[in-house]
Each structure stands twice: as C-alpha cells, then as structure tokens.
Ligand binder design. Structure first.
Ligand code: UTP
Length: 292
C-alpha cells in the first residue's frame, strides 16, 4: 500500500518571473485555487495520507495555505458564509503535510533525495508541484495500480506530437501492454530523429527506496544539477522500471503560455463561468480576428 507522497516545490520558477520572485510558482492560482492544492487533492484522492512538500526559501505561503486561519474562519462563521467556511476548513484537513527545505536548488533529483528519512523503506509517490493532471481516475491512483501489478518503479508518461519531442524528457523501451512499457532509455529533449518514442515524462512517479542509492551514484548533469531522469536511467541497469501512459490531460503551469491555457480551460469547465466566459472569449476572438 502506498500511503506517502513527496511534492517537490522548491524550484526557482525562473520562467515565471517576476511573479515567482517572492512566492513559489506552486502557489499561483488557477482561478481561485493554488496549483499545489490541485496536486495535494490528487494525492488525497489516490489514498495518500502523508505528504512531504520539498520547499525552498519561500515556503511560508504554502505552509500558511495548508494550515488553519482561525481569524478568517471566525469571520466567515459570523457572516454565515457556510460554503466558504467549509471550503477553507477542508484545506487544513486534507492530509498530514510536512515540509523540508531544499537548502540549495540543485535539481529535481537533489530535491527528492531530501525525502529519504521521511519515506524510509517504503515505496512512495512523487507529484511535481507545478503540474496539474485532469483525469477521471487520479493519475497517482493509476500509477499505484500499475506499481501493485509490476512491483517496479513506475513513471507516468503522456503521448506528445512527434514533432514536439525535443521539448520533453522522452522514454524508450519494450512494450509490455498497450499502456505499459519496460523502460531502457530516458533522453532529455531529444531531436525528432533520436527520440525512441513520443512518450514524454509527465510529472508523476512511484519510486522505491532504491532511488536514493541511484541518486547517490549519479553525477551532476545538465546545469550542474542532480537530474532525476539520470538516476532513473541508472536504475534501469539494476532493476525493472516501467512507464504507464496516462489517461488524462497534463497542465504544466511553470511556463506562462501553458498557465494561461490552463486558466482558460479550467474557467470554461466551471459552471458559474462557462457561459459568460465563453461568450466573452468568442466576442474578443471575433473582434481580434485579424492576422497578427
Ligand atoms: P522545474 O524545472 O519545472 O522547475 O521543476 P524550476 O526549476 O522552478 O523552473 P524554471 O525552469 O526555473 O522556470 C519541476 C518541479 O520540481 C521542483 C519545482 O519546484 C517544480 O515543481 N524542483 C525543481 C525542486 O523542488 N527543486 C529543484 O532543485 C528543481
């Protein structure tokens, strides 16, 4: 049973400056909900009870968000704003959330290495704090199911257009079923010619404690950072690592254009905004429908 999850959220978010100068990008809201709350909700919906957030210098905002705010609760109670009151209280009760600070921002692999004392000998889920995945069955739950079947490190991947592979970390290997592959290659941003597939790493993993030894044995890679994909590649030489092609849509809010797209899609899905927002978008598209 996988009950623990790690959410790395310590990155500098340089692609989203200046918004990320004094707050983590994981706190950027999609409409009214911080990105990391969607991520925590996915973990909780997948049966996770204990979450370790790897945070950086600006962790206060995340800690405060998942804590109680008694003054605010009192005010909402007095004003009989029951729905809002319940929503605010629920956030503090979602899961047991712990924090550890990544002292230097030395890459995703380094961030995960901070979790070793917390996860101990158990397998655990990893959910990138800047990635929301919209799906019918939570993707972490999909991965847990695959892990239980194969008892192996499991990496979520998504199908991307062939001509866009050079934007992603791509995996290659031997197909075991229509959505599972035994991975023998991890290639960061390959050219279209060298890409072994069009399956891109999607920001969700089930890792085993062996990842910590693999991280210790992996030299620093790109940007002088400890890359998780390099450690996973090393792990494939020792044990089985499988990929699961997710059923769901991934939203990477770490870059500005994808953040905008995410906000628009989520707004169109919200009952109270769908119609007026659609009408508004249609109107401005018609008004601006001229070659740029
Ligand atoms: P990214 O590479 O997308 O985040 O990491 P970044 O480094 O903040 O982005 P840019 O390129 O500067 O804009 C994916 C996830 O891993 C976390 C990030 O917070 C993000 O959720 N991360 C990354 C860490 O926790 N520590 C790191 O050293 C690097």
């Amino acid at each position: 049973m996988i009950k623990k999850a790690v959410i790395p959220a310590a990155g500098l978010g340089t692609r989203f400056l200046p918004a990320t100068k004094a707050q983590p990008k994981e706190m950027l809201p999609i409409i009214d909900t911080p990105t990391i709350q969607y991520v925590v909700q996915e973990a909780v919906d997948s049966g996770i009870e204990d979450i370790l957030i790897i945070s950086g210098r600006n962790k206060r905002a995340m800690e405060d968000h998942f804590d109680r705010n008694v003054e605010l609760e009192d005010r909402l109670a007095k004003e009989e704003k029951d729905t809002l009151f319940n929503e605010i209280r629920h956030i503090a009760d979602m899961a047991n959330i712990h924090y550890v600070r990544q002292k230097e921002i030395l890459g995703l692999g380094d961030a995960i290495y901070y979790a070793r004392f917390h996860t101990g000998n158990e397998p655990f889920a990893v959910l990138l704090g800047d990635t929301i995945i919209n799906s019918v069955m939570p993707v972490t739950q999909q991965l847990i199911d695959v892990y239980e079947q194969y008892q192996a490190t499991t990496v979520a991947v998504e199908v991307v257009p062939r001509d866009k592979v050079s934007r992603y970390g791509i995996v290659g290997g031997e197909k075991l079923s229509d959505h599972i592959m035994a991975i023998d290659q991890f290639i960061e941003k390959p050219s279209v010619q060298e890409a072994p597939s069009n399956l891109a790493i999607a920001g969700r993993y089930i890792l085993t404690p062996e990842i910590y030894t693999a991280l210790e044995q992996t030299p620093k890679g790109k940007n002088n950072e400890l890359q998780l994909t390099d450690a996973l590649m090393n792990l494939t030489h020792k044990e089985k690592v499988v990929s699961h092609t997710i059923q769901g849509k991934r939203y990477d809010i770490g870059n500005k254009l994808d953040y905008l797209k995410t906000t628009v899609e989520f707004a169109l899905r919200r009952k109270e905004f769908a119609k007026p927002f659609y009408d508004y978008l249609k109107k401005i598209v018609e008004e601006n429908d001229r070659p740029l």
